[in-house]
Design a protein around this ligand. Structure first.
Ligand code: ATR
Length: 278
C-alpha cells in the first residue's frame, strides 16, 4: 500500500487506560465526519514508552493523546514542544510529523477556555480575579490559560500549601496564595471560580467551600464531570451564579488533535455530550 493511501491511525496512551473516554469521543467524530481512520487505547509500560513512540509512526500512526502517568515524561521524548506545553510542564497531544519528529502540545487549557466560552457565552478570562482550588496538573493548565487570557489576578488555594506556593513562584506575582482552610475568603470579588481538585468526584468527599462572599455575577466551573453536577455547582447555581460542568473541557481538549491528525475540525455537540453520559 502506498504511503498516501495509508489509513490514519491515532490513539491514547496511558497506564491503566481502560477508563479513558477519548476512544468514544474520537470514534463519535470519525463516524460523524465520515473519516476513514481509527483511534485505539494503548496501555504501554513505562519501559517501552520511548520505543513505542518512535515506532508508532512507522505503523501508520499520525498522533496520540497522552494521559496519566506519562503527560510530563513525554516532554523529554518530544523533538518540538509548544509554548503551552512548556508552560504547563506536560503534554496531552503528540503529533508525528512527516519528517519523523514528535511535536508535543498541551490542549487542556484550550479545552478549559472553550468549555467556559460555550457554557457561559459572555465569559472572558479577563473579567476579573479568578479563584482556583487545587494545585495539581489540571490546576497548572487552568492557571496558564487564565494568564494567557489576561486575568488580572489568580487566587490559589490548595490543601498542601507548598504546591500552591511552588505554582506562585513559577507563574509569578499574578498568583496569590490563600490558606486552604480559609479558601472562602478568596471568593470575594472573584469573576471565575474553578474546582481543579478531585473533590466532588464520585467516591470522593464533596468540595465544601462557603460561597457567602461570592458575587452572583461569578461563573463557577468544576473540572470534575462525574457527577456532571457536583455539589459545588449545585450550590453555586442555587445562589444565582452561572455554572459550567467539566465534561465540555474533556471534549474540547480533543478537538485540536483530531483536526491535526485527520484533517477535519470536529464540533462539540449536544449528541456527543449525551453519548458520553451513557
Ligand atoms: P490532577 O493532575 O488531576 O490535577 P493531582 O496532581 O493528583 O491531579 O492533583 C489533585 C488535586 O486535588 C490536588 O490539588 C490535591 O491536593 P494536594 O496537593 O493537597 O494533594 C487535591 N485533592 C485531592 N484530594 C483532596 C482532598 N481530600 N482534599 C483536598 N484536596 C484534595
Amino acid at each position: 500500500m502506498s504511503e498516501l493511501k495509508r489509513i490514519p491511525l491515532a490513539g491514547v496512551i496511558g497506564s491503566p487506560i481502560a477508563h479513558s473516554k477519548s476512544p468514544r469521543i474520537f470514534r463519535h467524530w470519525l463516524t460523524e465526519l465520515g473519516v476513514i481512520g481509527h483511534y485505539v487505547p494503548m496501555d504501554i509500560a513505562s519501559v517501552d514508552l520511548n520505543d513505542a513512540l518512535r515506532y508508532l509512526p512507522k505503523l501508520g500512526f499520525v498522533g496520540v493523546n497522552i494521559t496519566i502517568p506519562y503527560k510530563e515524561h513525554v516532554l523529554n521524548v518530544a523533538d518540538q514542544v509548544s509554548d503551552r506545553a512548556a508552560v504547563v510542564g506536560s503534554a496531552n497531544t503528540l503529533t508525528f510529523l512527516a519528517d519523523g519528529k514528535i511535536y508535543a502540545d498541551n490542549t487542556d487549557g484550550y479545552g478549559f477556555t472553550e468549555n467556559l466560552r460555550h457554557g457561559a457565552p459572555n465569559w472572558k478570562a479577563s473579567d476579573g480575579p479568578a479563584a482556583v482550588l487545587g494545585a495539581g496538573g489540571a490546576a497548572r493548565a487552568v492557571i496558564a490559560s487564565f494568564i494567557e487570557g489576561g486575568a488580572p489576578e489568580i487566587r490559589l488555594a490548595n490543601r498542601t500549601r507548598s504546591r500552591a506556593n511552588a505554582l506562585q513562584r513559577e507563574f509569578g506575582t499574578k498568583v496569590k496564595v490563600f490558606d486552604w482552610v480559609q479558601a472562602g475568603n478568596m471568593l470575594e470579588g472573584a469573576a471565575t471560580v474553578v474546582n481543579a481538585t478531585s473533590l466532588g468526584m464520585v467516591g470522593n468527599a464533596e468540595m465544601r467551600i462557603p460561597l457567602d462572599g461570592l458575587s452572583r455575577d461569578a461563573v463557577v466551573t468544576d473540572l470534575v464531570y462525574a457527577p456532571l453536577e457536583t455539589a459545588l455547582l449545585e450550590h453555586a447555581k442555587s445562589i444565582g451564579c452561572q455554572t459550567v460542568d467539566g465534561l465540555g473541557m474533556l471534549l474540547h481538549q480533543a478537538v485540536p488533535g483530531f483536526e491535526r491528525w485527520f484533517g477535519m475540525r470536529p464540533v462539540v455537540t449536544e449528541p456527543l455530550r449525551s453519548a458520553m453520559l451513557i
